[in-house]
Design a protein around this ligand. Structure first.
Ligand code: SF4
Length: 321
């Protein structure tokens, strides 16, 4: 079916300053090719430092890319300016991790949700605006909606705020939403509700999502497909069930082994996946998992493994295959 967003060999580098005069580059996204279909949730799994957030922002054209292509629908927007993107932006939204910093604390909930509608001239009367906002609050289960109209973000819990963030996104009738760890800062009691809301939006409107998370169990619960990232590289992508039952990349295998009882019989050599992933200061020449891989071979150091089609829509980037 049709792609909502797609990248081709996408690279993102950014400079950081280190020491007094030294400027160093970080290779944050390294040659990622991925596509997300209409009405699909793709989970992007990675630890901190894996480049998953940078990938999401790059797809939304919120950070500069070094190389490669980004398509929104069938349009190659890789080199489009902000000005040229303006009309399409409403269809490509982001839900950030932190619901405390993403809402203007001086604005009422009603105005927060109405702002995008007004800026984009999507409403023609006060009544129409009110109805859209009422329904959006209802869709994110903030009931009764009118009670929330005049509240300030500071009067809301984290879970309620995140639902306002989602309401603000959905009134724009988005085609694609990057949800970046949207429940990681919420109380356990409200996490399930927010996941349900995301699933309902997908089912009812056909909006596609990139669901970014460090938690492979959560990712497989909410997503149809899972994409696994390691230091800026997409190492494996497949249907969620397929990846959980038959992980092919040594890193994915280690991730799944770390989840209690997810894969009891796998018998996979121990890989230390604890700790931060080291940022890459040089363009990778071989496999990014080389230093930690129990199966590493000479070729792994010298040649970047490309994504190999293993059938059944399962792709892996590893020289073992
Ligand atoms: Fe390990 Fe080599 Fe596969 Fe990389 S390419 S994951 S080093 S076997």
């Amino acid at each position: 079916s049709e792609s909502i967003v797609r990248t081709e060999d996408l690279w993102v580098e950014y400079p950081i300053s280190r020491g007094l005069f030294k400027s160093v580059k970080i290779y944050a996204v390294n040659g990622v090719t991925i596509d997300i279909k209409k009405g699909e949730i793709v989970g992007v799994i990675g630890e901190s430092g894996s480049g998953k957030t940078t990938l999401g922002k790059a797809i939304l054209k919120l950070v500069d890319i070094t190389q490669g292509k980004i398509y929104w629908g069938d349009k190659d927007v890789s080199r489009w300016s902000n000005r040229k993107l303006r009309k399409l932006r409403r269809y490509y939204q982001m839900i950030q991790q932190d619901p405390y910093s993403s809402l203007d604390s001086r604005m009422k909930i009603y105005d927060i949700i109405a702002e995008g509608l007004r800026v984009n001239k999507l409403v023609h009367s006060k009544e129409e605006e009110r109805e859209i906002i009422y329904n959006a609050l209802k869709d994110v289960k903030l009931n009764p909606p009118e009670v929330f109209f005049d509240k300030l973000p500071t009067e809301l819990s984290g879970g309620q705020r995140q639902r306002v963030v989602i309401a603000r996104a959905i009134v724009m009738k988005p085609k694609f939403i990057v949800a970046d760890e949207p429940i990681s800062m919420l109380d356990a009691s409200t996490r399930g509700q927010v996941l349900e809301i995301i699933r309902n939006i997908k089912n009812e409107t056909g909006t596609s999502f990139m669901f970014i998370t460090h938690d492979i169990a959560l990712g497989s619960y909410i997503s149809e497909r899972l994409a696994v990232m390691y230091t800026g590289t997409l190492v494996e992508i497949a249907g969620s069930e397929d990846i959980i039952k038959k992980p092919l990349h040594p890193y994915t295998q280690a991730l799944i082994e770390a989840v209690p009882k997810a894969n009891p019989e796998a018998g996979i050599p121990k890989v230390n996946i604890k700790g931060e992933q080291e940022p890459l200061f040089e363009k990778p020449k071989g496999c990014v998992f080389y230093d930690r891989c129990p199966f590493a071979m000479n070729v792994c150091k010298e040649k970047i493994p490309s994504l190999k089609d293993m059938g059944n829509n399962h792709y892996v980037a590893c020289h073992l295959y």
